[in-house]
Write a protein that binds this ligand. Structure first.
Ligand SMILES: [Ca+2]
Length: 137
């Protein structure tokens, strides 16, 4: 039983859903707020390169929109830092469509408060694991 659980966790951890990167503007070029100059590949998750069970607020909103970049998802501020998802992902006018070149580069992470720790609603800290990402260490 434990081997099955560990196996399942391993499968979940290695998946970063690269197909979803193509569904949002600059999905493969979102800056990593924990490591300036690096890219956060798993944009809906709390780990930069890994699928995690706990989605960040943008990941939750992305699911709610059916994994589609809609005007309402673009205009939302999922992480509550004052910048819309579109502004952070380089689509400030919410005109991007799949396959198009975004108007601008991504300037922030839509699911992690910028600057880090400035949003009272989010308890994320760099390097957090599991539920610590949601509830704080
Ligand atoms: Ca935001």
């Amino acid at each position: 039983m434990n081997k099955l659980i560990i196996f399942s966790i391993c499968i979940a951890v290695v998946m970063a859903h690269p197909e979803y990167q193509q569904q949002i503007p600059n999905g493969a070029a979102v800056p990593d707020p924990c490591n300036p100059g690096s890219i956060w590949l798993a944009v809906g998750h709390y780990k930069p390169t890994q699928h995690t069970q706990q989605k960040n607020p943008f990941g939750q909103d992305f699911i709610a929109s059916g994994h589609v970049w809609t005007t309402s998802l673009c205009q939302a501020d999922s992480d509550g830092d004052g910048a819309t998802n579109g502004e952070e992902l380089g689509d400030p006018n919410c005109v991007w469509t799949v396959g198009a070149t975004p108007e601008q580069n991504a300037t922030g992470h839509p699911g992690i408060c910028n600057p880090l720790g400035s949003c009272s609603m989010e308890k994320f800290t760099c390097g957090c694991e599991g539920f610590a990402c949601v509830f704080g260490k």
